[in-house]
Design a protein around this ligand. Structure first.
Ligand code: HEC
Length: 127
C-alpha cells in the first residue's frame, strides 16, 4: 500500500509540474492532442451536449456525477468524489481503479498528457 501511495504521489507531483508548464500551450494551441480521444464522448463548451459521456464544462470543482441529464453508473454516483486536480488526475490515470464499476472506459497513463488535459479543461471552463 505504501508503495502504491508513493507512486500516486509521484504522479500527482509530475502532473502539477506539467500543469505549471501547460497554460501557454493551452492558450495558444487549443485542445491538446491528448484530448482527441475524449472528444468522441465529451464536449467541453458551456451548455455543450452530453454524448456517451457528460459535458465537461466547469467539471473542476463539481461533485462527480452531477451533470444534469446523464445516466451515470451507480459506481460514479456513489463515489462521493469531488473533482479537483488531484481526484481528476487519479481518475483519468485509471478510471476503474479510482472508481471500480465506472463506465468511463479509457485511462491516460502518461502524467504529462493528464496534466495537459486538466489544463485544457480548466481553460475551456474559464470561457
Ligand atoms: C467511449 C466514451 C468515453 C471516452 C472516450 C471518454 N469518456 Fe469520460 N466518461 C464517459 C462516461 C460514459 C462517463 C460516465 C461514467 C460513469 O457514469 O461511471 C465519463 C465520465 C467522465 C468524467 C466524470 C464526469 C462527471 O460528471 O463526474 C470525466 C472528468 C471524464 N469522463 C473525462 C474524460 C477525459 C478527460 C477523457 C479523455 C482522456 C474521456 N473522459 C474519455 C465516456 C467516455
Amino acid at each position: 500500500m505504501k508503495l502504491v501511495a508513493g507512486v500516486a504521489t509521484g504522479a500527482v507531483a509530475l502532473a502539477a509540474l506539467g500543469a505549471a508548464l501547460a497554460p501557454s500551450f493551452a492558450q495558444t494551441s487549443g485542445a491538446p492532442a491528448a484530448f482527441a480521444a475524449c472528444r468522441a464522448c465529451h464536449t467541453t463548451n458551456k451548455g455543450g451536449k452530453n454524448g456517451l459521456g457528460p459535458n465537461l464544462y466547469g467539471i473542476i470543482g463539481k461533485p462527480a456525477a452531477a451533470v444534469p441529464g446523464v445516466s451515470y453508473s451507480a459506481a460514479l454516483k456513489g463515489s462521493k468524489l469531488k473533482w479537483d486536480e488531484k481526484t481528476l488526475d487519479a481518475f483519468l490515470a485509471n478510471p476503474s481503479k479510482k472508481v471500480p464499476g465506472t463506465r468511463m472506459p479509457i485511462g491516460t497513463p502518461d502524467p504529462a498528457k493528464r496534466a495537459a488535459i486538466i489544463a485544457y479543461l480548466k481553460a475551456e471552463s474559464a470561457k
